[in-house]
Design a protein around this ligand. Sequence first.
Ligand SMILES: Cc1cc2nc3c(=O)[nH]c(=O)nc-3n(C[C@H](O)[C@H](O)[C@H](O)COP(=O)(O)OP(=O)(O)OC[C@H]3O[C@@H](n4cnc5c(N)ncnc54)[C@H](O)[C@@H]3O)c2cc1C
Length: 457
Amino acid sequence: MNTTFDVAVIGAGIVGSAIARKLAGHELSVALLDARDDVGDGTSKANTAILHTGFDAKPGTLESRLVGEGYHLLSEYAELTGIPVEHTGALLVAWTAEELDALPGLREKAEQNGYHRTEIVGPEEVYRQLPHLGEGALGGLTVPDESIICTWTTNLALATDAVNRGVTLLLNRAVTSVEDLGDRTVLRASGGDVHARWVVNAAGLGADVVDRLFGHDRFTVTPRRGELLVYDKLARPMVNKIILPVPSSRGKGVLISPTVYGNVLLGPTAEDLVDRTDTGTSEKGFEFLLGKGEKLMPDLLLEEVTATYAGLRAASDHPDYLIEADAGRRYVLVGGIRSTGLTASIAIAEHVAGLARDAGLALVPRERLPEPPRMPNLGEAFTRPYQDAARIAADPAYGKVVCFCERVTAGEVRDTFRSPIPPATLEGLRRRTRAMNGRCQGFFCGAEVKKLLEERR
Ligand SMILES: Cc1cc2nc3c(=O)[nH]c(=O)nc-3n(C[C@H](O)[C@H](O)[C@H](O)COP(=O)(O)OP(=O)(O)OC[C@H]3O[C@@H](n4cnc5c(N)ncnc54)[C@H](O)[C@@H]3O)c2cc1C
């Protein structure tokens, strides 16, 4: 490739996509690179999908500020683009005297984080709000603005918006070494080198490795695996809000949450690994989660588990997000984005743009930008194509269901191939439509969906 881009962003997860989109709002040529064959195929595809208010973040940290800002920015962006969000609220439940004693401190922390709507409630109120909760809850803290969101649509919307703004998306480009040519950096990558005046490293689990290629040695990523169980839709009426544990030094703990697809999640675990690719689930994790679920909500365990999955948090030895610009190398590190990067993504992008500008990147806003994309709706709280008589009358493909568990239509599958970032694989199609995501996990529709994909490839 002969072009020298003004900026190359490494990593097309939620964070890198948000940064590429933000920078492309300026008079800059921007490339967005990823080692994988799709956007959002790393940690951003497998999380708990909660849009956090940031009430429990460590006050005064960069993470606390960016999560708080990100909550509002992503809520607004979701309205514009049709990313499904449900403002269900959360109830943090205390099960021991020690946890009950921790509630005032958590409330105070929320206040310090600028979130003023929590309330401490007694056990009667806890059971009024959550009648299916297991026995023994002593009290709780309400967090009325905690919300659920579709992480897949968020990543795709940000990347699509970036591409619509002129970003060059380069998939299957794993950056393996870099060369400093003085006025620009050459990113040596599988699939071809990329030249750029500035580089933003948003490589998630690989951010420390890329950082070392730029001559730094300031942090190490530890993949912290989180396994989750997905319960069938029949469980959803039992869980109309997010049920949180009292957080510990190990993280946010095991929660129960509704999903925007109408399921219920139980998880995640927190287990430090060495292998940065090990997203497999384990019998140990399954047993651990069932044990937690038994106490939290025994009725939930009577429902069917339709799927399990695991994601890897990019935990690090640094206690906060590690976002720093190196003006000399024209390079910005965006590291240590662990358990809150979905929520904070747009605020991180704003912050990175500011840092890069202060370090010398000229940011001249573009006068006319394309409208943000309107994304296909995957959420149960909003009308889906199979329910929309007028849409089906105008285009019968929206009346032809191909995945019966999730009620995905041929029209939606077709639309993905006409979109700015079409799917390359069945997994990519699953994230864009929900096809094969239901209780049969593709047993009935898999062959038909695969055929549709192969016809288009
Ligand atoms: C179990 C779990 C639960 C979570 N729950 C929530 C939640 O409820 N709410 C919330 O806000 N956050 C949550 N998170 C955190 C959130 O998912 C992450 O912070 C976010 O997805 C990080 O996005 P990212 O773009 O930094 O990383 P990624 O999505 O991993 O993207 C990084 C990309 O960089 C690419 N890459 C890496 N190395 C290279 C290279 N050398 N060359 C080219 N490309 C490269 C990878 O292929 C990858 O696609 C959770 C995380 C986990 C694991």
